[in-house]
Ligand binder design. Sequence first.
Ligand code: G3P
Length: 214
Amino acid sequence: MKFFIDTADVAEIKEARELGILDGVTTNPSLIKKSGRPFKDVAAEICKLVSGPVSLEVTAIDCEGMLKEAAELAGFGDNVVIKLPLIPEGLKACKRLTEQGVKTNVTLCFSPVQALLAAKAGASFISPFVGRLDDIGQDGMEIIPQIRQIYDNYGFDTEILVASIRNPVHVLDAALAGADVATIPFSVFKQLVHHPLTDKGLAQFLKDWKEVKA
Ligand code: G3P
């Protein structure tokens, strides 16, 4: 499973990249706002920092507007993936961009049937938001194996990019369900590596090592 980082904070991206396991970046308008920086500056910097896919989201809500924005966003680098909302106009734009060979990430997906529509429109990635489903009392992760099964049933090569991840269990369940990608907030990236028994065991090894004669 590929690991993307879900942030527009360049310092976080650099730190995650140093771990050597970062495959890409996803952003959205809210994450850009949180970065506190002008969009063009932050988008250009992220696209240079990471060689893997960088999702940049359109804000138009009509197909022609989305296509116009997509052309501008593509200028930030060869690794740009155009993020489109899962609305009828977004599906139309996805189909058009796919026909032009442009990579797309269809976002704000909350059901397996929506994911099927995105795949039929040729999406490179589908982003089901598991945490936001949990927030309204539905088990968000339930839809991931369902999307996996649908895509496998029909041979769709759209990659399942699990988004709105809130904790390490979401990452575990995404991997068990055969998701292609998890896009992970930096706070969760840090939680993934940590285990108290690792720390305890290492402390003991280092203590004992001091008592070993060379
Ligand atoms: O990038 C989209 C998604 O990961 C957003 O997550 O935590 O705002 O629901 P969240």
